[in-house]
Each structure stands twice: as structure tokens, then as C-alpha cells.
Design a protein around this ligand. Structure first.
Ligand code: PEP
Ligand code: MN
Length: 337
């Protein structure tokens, strides 16, 4: 903890800050410069709000040196984490592709997606059975029936399953049918849900909230890790900005930033990140080049008739071509696909 006092701060103000730092368990080192007094706090707690110091009388600025998350930080596991999902390693050399429709719609649709995914080298099939839709009048998903279809198609083609959980009551059902449980962007800060997911062992794919900072994403991951579940995969899926051409702005810089700050694997979702199938492929290629451990891509056999997210779902032939391109890019950055 570092507190820089204002020019002319009184001895009383300085002592007051020192007292607060000591209260929090810090060992305080005081340096008196020509203009500013700087207070360095070593050790101590970190479950406090830095703003408390920023607004104290006589304080110019205050900075936390240690990150507010502990288990999610790179320092906790400098070598990085590989999340093992059955035979699949996420966070290792291989870039893992998770592909499938936005929503599970019917048996035929999911079968076609599973066949395509398996044939082209994807390892995980995605598909929502519980859908967080912006409007209550839109298709809400097939629920348990959708999960059964997804599981059956995955098993026929040797794929793993990722599907979204919307609240705690659905965890047992998801745990029964899926290999990876997805927490959607809208639920990234549903702390009760995160806590419950921390108490069970299924790997969790945690998507970044539409208005969440990288630090908030890592703090949400911390909730799951703190419960004892270390199988967390992060997902950059775009954030809301002032740009209107794309549905979201895919923050590719979050990938190397997360790699630096955290040991957790991170995948990119260029489908929700762009909202447009015509630019999913270039952003997918860029994400692999930027160091993503995997991709989540929406693909649909007939996207113009999809019940959700058709505009951002690539056609099967586009997906196939993309998978070929990704092999070369993965190789160029020392990975495999
Ligand atoms: C999805 O994966 O279909 C989804 C709803 O994603 P997000 O939570 O990122 O919007
Ligand atoms: Mn979707």
C-alpha cells in the first residue's frame, strides 16, 4: 500500500493515515521528500477499499500494490493452470475450439453441429438449453430436453459439452449433462451462483460481463476458486462500448493482460464479441494470434433461421474454412489446434 500525502499535509493528517494503516496490520515506512511525504505500508490486509485512503484529509493519492484477488493471480501459480476436462487439457499447448449453436433447437440441428465440430477438429460442443435473453418474449431454450440432446450428440461424436447455467437451482442438472458449466456475461457478478459453483468440481467457463473490467472478471473467478474449485476457464466475449457497428467490442488485449495477471486459461468468443458472422473469422484468427487458449464459436446449419443469435452464427462451410486457417496461426505462435 502506498499513500502519497499532499504538499503541506499537516503532521496530524499524516499521523491519522499512519494510524489507519497500522489498524489494517501494515508495517508503515515513512519517507519525507522535499515536497511530499510518502507512506509505504508493508504486509497488512487487502480486503479494504483504497478509496477510503484517497479521500482522507491531506492525501494526494493512494495505491494498492498487491492485487485484490489472491488465488486468481499469476503469482499463485506462476507456471499457469491447465484445466483438465476428461481427456482434454485447456490451457496447454493445444488451442481448444468449442463450437455449436447459440441455442439447442432440435435433434437434427445439434447432430449436424456435432458432426461438423468433430470432423473439423473442435473438441467441445456448445449450445444453450437455458438462455438468458434480453427480452422475455424471445426463445428461452429447451431446458433439460435440450441438455439431453446435446449430451447424446456429443457422445455420438466423441465431444465434450459446455452449456450455460443461469441460477443455482440448475447446477445439478448441468453437472449431470455437461462437462463444462458456463456462466454467462449477465451472470458474471451473480455472486451466489459463483459461490455455489465453487463448492462443486465441474469446470466453469466464466464469461466477462458486458461492462466488467478485467479486475472484476478476476475477482469473480476468485469467488469460485475460494470455494475450492480450481477448474476455472475465463472467456473474453466483448464489452459494451460506444461503437455501434459491432454488437460488442471484442477486447483482445484482455487476453495477454489476463495471461500476465492470472494463471487461469482464457478463451475468446468472437461470436458474441462481434455479433456479425462476416467478422467472426478474422477476430477468431486474431484471438489465437494474441494467445487465447481456446475459442468459443457459434455455428448453425441454417443461421438465417436460428432461434437465437443467427446473425453471429457462422455457416458450416465458413467454420470449416476457419478451422483450416486456425491451424496455421496456432502453429505460428507455437501452439497446436
Ligand atoms: C451464449 O454463450 O450464448 C451467451 C449468452 O453468451 P454471453 O453470456 O457471453 O452473452
Ligand atoms: Mn449466443
Amino acid at each position: 500500500m502506498l499513500v502519497v500525502m499532499q504538499q503541506g499535509a499537516t503532521e496530524e493528517q499524516i499521523e491519522h493515515v499512519i494510524d489507519r494503516l497500522v489498524d489494517l496490520g501494515f508495517d508503515v515506512h515513512r519517507s519525507t521528500g522535499l515536497i511530499h511525504t510518502v507512506l509505504g505500508g508493508v504486509g497488512g490486509k487487502y480486503d479494504f477499499d483504497v478509496a477510503v485512503f484517497e479521500v482522507m484529509e491531506g492525501v494526494k493519492e493512494a495505491h494498492r500494490i498487491v492485487s485484490p484477488y489472491k488465488l486468481a493471480s499469476r503469482g499463485f501459480r506462476p507456471g499457469g493452470t491447465i484445466v483438465q476436462v476428461g481427456p482434454l487439457a485447456i490451457g496447454g499447448d493445444a488451442v481448444v475450439v468449442m463450437a455449436g449453436p447459440c441455442s439447442v433447437e432440435n435433434r437434427d440441428q445439434i447432430e449436424q453441429c456435432a458432426e461438423l465440430a468433430a470432423r473439423t477438429g473442435a473438441r467441445v460442443i456448445r449450445g444453450g438449453a437455458f438462455k438468458p435473453r434480453s427480452s422475455p418474449y424471445e426463445f428461452q431454450g429447451l431446458g433439460a430436453e435440450g441438455l439431453q440432446m446435446l449430451r447424446a450428440a456429443a457422445d455420438r461424436h466423441g465431444l465434450l459439452v459446455v452449456s450455460e447455467v443461469m441460477d443455482q437451482t440448475q447446477i445439478p442438472l448441468l453437472a449431470e449433462y455437461a462437462d463444462i458449466v458456463q456462466v454467462g456475461a449477465r451472470n458474471m457478478q451473480n455472486f451466489n451462483l459463483l459461490r455455489e459453483l465453487g463448492k462443486q468440481s465441474k469446470p466453469v467457463l466464466l464469461k466477462r460481463g458486458i461492462a466488467a473490467s478485467i479486475e472484476e472478471l478476476l475477482l469473480s473467478a476468485e469467488y469460485i476458486l475460494a470455494g475450492g474449485n480450481y477448474n476455472v476457464i475465463l472467456c473474453e466475449r466483448g464489452i459494451r462500448t460506444f461503437e455501434t457497428y459491432t454488437r460488442n467490442t471484442l477486447d483482445l488485449s484482455a487476453i495477454p493482460v489476463v495471461k500476465k495477471l492470472s494463471h487461469l486459461p482464457i478463451v475468446a468468443d468472437p461470436s458474441h464479441g462481434t455479433g456479425r458472422r462476416d467478422i467472426v473469422a478474422p477476430m477468431a484468427r486474431a484471438a489465437v494470434a494474441a494467445g487465447a487458449d481456446g475459442l468459443m464459436i457459434e455455428v448453425h446449419p441454417d443461421p438465417d433461421r436460428a432461434l437465437s443469435d443467427g446473425a453471429q452464427s457462422v455457416r458450416p462451410e465458413q467454420f470449416e474454412e476457419l478451422m483450416h486457417q486456425l491451424q496455421a496461426i496456432a502453429l505460428a505462435v507455437g501452439r497446436t489446434l
